[in-house]
Write a protein that binds this ligand. Structure first.
Ligand code: SF4
Length: 397
């Protein structure tokens, strides 16, 4: 990609450790795992209210034990929920892309998620409301919540949601099954449970017998955990980390770190800045991606529609997950896409991601649409070998 005009380059550096969730990203696409820990990506990443509801759910489950000790569990849970969604919304208001989303009550699935969180809180009996002690004072009958654990010389890290004598629990904000038939639990979630079990074994000296997945909506599921499978999983996660780090110095450019495909890129929030995605994407990807993403040249400056409240742009599309050829994208709200009020001239190269697929196959705008001029986007550069490595978030999601 040509030198960016407006944004400093994003430096891709070695990952210091791998967590249960970053191991899954490494499997899908090492570049995505590295971008998830890189500085400078935030302004280009559109948040997702569904994910924010999941974060709020985690905060409630994390805090309910101590809140319940102080008083009525139901009102404690509701307070935790309200504080979490308010904070998430306030953060969104100061983000260049996320300010488009309305108050929490308008987020899709808000009321269902709230009901799910309140229901799971009721399942926590008063006897389980134990403070988590430090490692030194741990007792087998106690319940630990959100303890930061490390193993394999610090290369494997994780923060299991809840650890009891015989089980490790992971709260999940999305569905836990591979498909709608609800017969097969997601393999990625089982792998994550195994890694948490390994961390528990290395830190507390015993193997949890089972893992428990607690979805925000629906019944919990228990998975038997075999120590040998947990050990293999840990070895594989650290090997994925080593392989990604070993690739970096010789990578030269981001392409050698990436594994673009509809599956890897589907939920990847870095599409708009990822040069590899734009090199690899094909028109037929739009179906599996469930969105159109296109790049091309403006054939005219944006024109105003809806009495000036929105804009329309005409593009000669020449790559991406969308048919090539002339395309009109509208309406683009000037409040949501203030970049359009700048210097978008005829001939500029522009990108759109998150376009809805209309019944006629044409791309249309929606609340997930992001656009930018290519020259305003940051370049991805491999950091020098002696650059600081990146710490990953230990949290599962
Ligand atoms: S867009 Fe695709 S290739 Fe690029 S980082 Fe994301 S998953 Fe990897």
């Amino acid at each position: 990609m040509a030198e960016a005009a407006g944004a400093p380059p994003i430096l891709l550096a070695r990952l210091r450790s791998v967590s249960p969730s970053s191991a899954e990203l490494l499997r899908l696409c090492p570049l995505r795992a590295i971008l998830a820990g890189s500085r400078g990506t935030e302004p280009f990443v559109l948040g997702n209210p569904k994910a924010w509801l999941g974060t709020a759910y985690h905060r409630v489950m994390e805090g309910i034990a101590s809140a319940a000790q102080r008083g009525d569990p139901a009102s404690g849970a509701r307070m935790l929920w309200d504080d979490a969604v308010r904070e998430l919304w306030q953060d969104a208001q100061s983000h260049p892309l996320n300010h488009r989303f309305g108050p929490p009550e308008t987020w899709p699935g808000y009321h269902l998620a709230l009901a799910g969180a309140m229901l799971h809180c009721q399942e926590i009996s008063p006897g389980q409301h134990l403070d988590a002690p430090g490692r030194e004072g741990w007792h087998p009958d106690q319940i630990l919540r959100e303890q930061y654990l490390t193993a394999m010389a610090g290369k494997l890290v994780g923060r299991p949601d809840r650890v009891a004598r015989r089980e490790v629990t992971d709260y999940k904000s999305g569905g836990i099954y591979e498909d709608r038939s609800a017969t097969e639990v997601k393999a990625s979630y089982i792998r994550q449970l195994r890694l948490y079990a390994y961390l528990v074994r290395q830190n507390y000296g015993y193997w949890p017998e089972k893992g428990v997945l607690v979805p925000m909506l629906g019944a919990k599921v228990e998975i038997e955990l075999a120590p040998s499978a947990c050990e293999s999983e840990a070895a594989e996660a650290v090997s994925l980390l080593g392989a990604a780090n070993a690739m970096l110095p010789s990578a030269g450019d981001a392409a050698r770190l990436a594994n673009p495909s509809p599956k890897s890129c589907g939920y990847c929030p870095y599409k708009i800045i990822c040069p590899v995605f734009w090199q690899a994407a094909q028109p037929e990807w739009s179906g599996p991606l469930r969105q159109a993403c296109l790049e091309g040249r403006l054939t005219a400056p944006p024109s105003t529609v809806h009495g000036g409240a929105a804009a329309s742009v005409e593009i000669d599309v020449d790559r991406g997950a969308a048919p090539e050829g002339h395309e009109v994208i509208a309406p683009l709200s000037s409040r949501i896409h203030p970049c359009l009020a700048g210097d978008w001239h005829e001939g500029e190269r522009v990108r759109f991601t998150g376009l809805a697929l209309r019944p006629d196959g044409r791309p249309g705008t929606c609340s997930l649409t992001v656009c930018a001029r290519v020259r305003d986007l940051p370049e991805l550069r491999v950091a020098p070998a002696d650059a600081d490595s990146l710490a990953v978030s230990p949290d599962g999601a």
